[in-house]
Design a protein around this ligand. Structure first.
Ligand SMILES: Cc1cc2nc3c(=O)[nH]c(=O)nc-3n(C[C@H](O)[C@H](O)[C@H](O)COP(=O)(O)O)c2cc1C
Length: 231
């Protein structure tokens, strides 16, 4: 796309030079044609155009290439926005909201894709990457397997902490997790994570979903005051 813009700029400059220095432009043009003529090319006379026609052509070129440049530029920016900036804006919108709520927390974790879940094992903190997050019946759920140590640690001590960072803002959530053994809660989670369906089934006796209770989520950044959400 940048190359395309560069080509348009080159044509625009040629049109501009042609318009501003028509006489010189024609001289060069005619000289070139004489050269062609010398080497048996097309007739030079045939290629000579009037100053007026050249000026009009160059002006048309300026208009067309300027329009093309802005059209390409606009679409280029729009495409870029669709891919990278859109996500950044969505996160900024989330974190700039006046009223922070559980939805903001959900959206932020979803955007981050990976968060870090800390549990306690006796007097030892344990932390690992997690990705599952689901909003079901107005509660924020995470998912794991009962066979995992993380599950056993949460059963022993349901206090957890979550941390995630989007490159600008980071969140820390302290909460107590509550196991929800209902099939519909598990199915809702699995429906939202089709990739998990290869490993987990709602009724496999391993899949576990837990919701966050008495949660305090704090959004932090280097430039803004921390924002606290309780749910
Ligand atoms: C990006 C990423 C996301 C993950 N998300 C989850 C998840 O949502 N639930 C889960 O049980 N394991 C998830 N895992 C795997 C756990 O981190 C892994 O099983 C870990 O060892 C569990 O902790 P534990 O060893 O203390 O049981 C994820 C791993 C990665 C790399």
């Amino acid at each position: 796309m940048i190359l395309f813009k560069l080509v348009i700029i080159i044509f625009l400059l040629i049109s501009l030079v042609g318009f501003l220095f028509t006489k010189k432009f024609l001289e060069i043009f005619c000289d070139l044609n004489s050269l062609y003529y010398k080497f048996g090319g097309i007739d030079a006379e045939f290629r000579i155009v009037s100053t007026k026609t050249t000026k009009i052509s160059c002006l048309a070129g300026i208009i067309i290439f300027t329009l093309m440049f802005f059209y390409v530029d606009k679409n280029f920016n729009k495409n870029n926005l669709n891919t990278t900036n859109k996500e950044e804006i969505a996160v900024t919108e989330t974190t700039n909201k006046e009223n922070f709520d559980m939805q903001s927390v959900y959206e932020f974790l979803k955007k981050c894709e990976t968060y870090y879940l800390a549990t306690v094992e006796n007097d030892q903190p344990r932390v690992r990457p997690f990705g599952t997050i689901d909003l079901f019946e107005d509660k924020l759920y995470i998912q794991t397997g009962k066979i995992k140590n993380v599950s056993k640690q949460m059963a022993q001590n349901p206090k957890i902490e979550i941390c995630a960072f989007d490159g600008n803002t980071w969140i820390r959530i302290e909460a107590t997790v509550v196991n929800d053994d209902r099939i519909e809660a598990k199915q809702h989670m699995l429906d939202n994570y089709p990739s998990l369906q290869k490993m987990y089934k709602a009724d496999d006796n391993n899949t576990q979903v837990l919701y966050l209770k008495d949660a305090t989520a704090t959004f932090y950044s280097f430039t803004q005051e921390p924002k606290v959400v309780k749910f």
